[in-house]
Design a binder for this molecule. Structure first.
Ligand code: GLN
Length: 309
């Protein structure tokens, strides 16, 4: 088997030198200021050893990668009741699309498109004050990453709130069908803030380890979810984690993965490793351009695709 440290070094070098980077998200003004030349990668293997490259210790806005963790939390609270308010089919539409909501009476296609994640956030919020719900989500991230220093970037949250007209439309539209229980402002406030959690590649890879190891962090011994639930979250990441780029990601990388418009991707190699990459430039579907290419190189070299070597 190739030497993982060596492979990561080569990938980091290649990604730092490439000039095709995609474009940073500018619909959230705070994200438009991020240096597109950043590249980071962190891989944590089954033994808990971390292999890192590039800007792996620089915090970035995890954005939609947070949706993996809100889904995990919401499933813990509501179990299969969750599937009454959100489906689990790939959307084939952009992450912020509204078209399908009309056809399906306000029920979003899956928990990873914006509409679906807003519905999931609404469920976590029910019965709580927004501040408590947000605290719960942040503490969950800190617990998973075993790092209490993880915080929310208030500037990014405020920036998105100021310009989040599309998400406001999605939430109101769902509310008109009774899919959102709480005041739309509250639900969106929590949603914008969990998208604005800032983490490094190393912290994100640590937080994702339970998905690679049957629901358990093999180092701490903490059981986060059952093996069955981890398997199912991975299935949704594989089919829906990259919006209308999910097919291409499965074809090229072959791992469950979740992207965010901050340029991060969390990918899971079951039984082998938890992986986080970050490169802020996005492709047309809003997924990290070089992040995907880096993961493609990694899975090819290591033979980690879930579909075989
Ligand atoms: N906060 C972002 C939004 O709602 C998340 C989108 C993403 O990362 N794809 O638009």
């Amino acid at each position: 088997m190739p030497d993982l440290a060596h492979v990561i070094r080569e990938i980091s070098e290649e990604m730092t030198e490439r000039s095709d980077r995609g474009a940073v998200a500018d619909y959230i003004p705070e994200l438009a200021r991020i240096d597109p030349k950043k590249f980071g990668i962190a891989v944590i293997d089954a033994e808990g050893q971390a292999f890192t490259g590039g800007d792996s210790e620089t915090p970035f806005s995890i954005q939609s990668v947070s949706k993996v963790f809100t889904l995990t939390l919401a499933l813990g609270m509501a179990g299969d009741r969750l599937w009454k308010r959100v489906g689990r089919e790939p959307s084939g539409n952009p992450f912020n699309s509204i078209v399908q909501l009309e056809r399906e009476r306000g029920v979003p296609r899956n928990p990873f498109i914006n509409a679906g994640a807003i519905a999931v956030t609404d469920l976590i919020l029910s019965g709580h004050e927004p501040r408590e719900a947000l605290g719960e989500i942040l503490r969950f991230m800190q617990f998973l990453a075993q790092d209490p220093s993880i915080t929310i970037d208030e500037r990014v949250a405020a920036s998105e709130k100021r310009t989040g007209f599309r998400n406001t439309a999605l939430a109101n539209y769902m509310k008109s069908f009774g899919v959102i229980d709480n005041p739309v402002d509250y639900t969106l406030g929590v949603y914008f803030h969990h998208c604005a959690i800032a983490m490094t590649c190393r912290q994100l890879a640590a937080a994702g380890r339970f998905l690679a190891h049957n629901g358990m962090n093999p180092t701490t011994g903490h059981s986060v979810v059952s093996a069955e639930r981890a398997r199912r979250i991975n299935a949704i990441m594989l089919t829906c984690g990259h919006y209308d780029g999910s097919g291409e990601f499965a074809y090229r990388v072959g791992l469950p993965g979740k992207s965010g418009v901050g340029g991060g991707i969390l990918a899971v190699a079951p039984g082998k490793a938890s992986i986080a990459v970050w490169s802020p430039g996005l492709d047309a579907a809003g997924n990290s351009h070089l992040g995907r290419i880096a993961l493609e190189r990694l899975t090819q070299r290591m033979g980690w695709s879930v579909f075989g070597a």
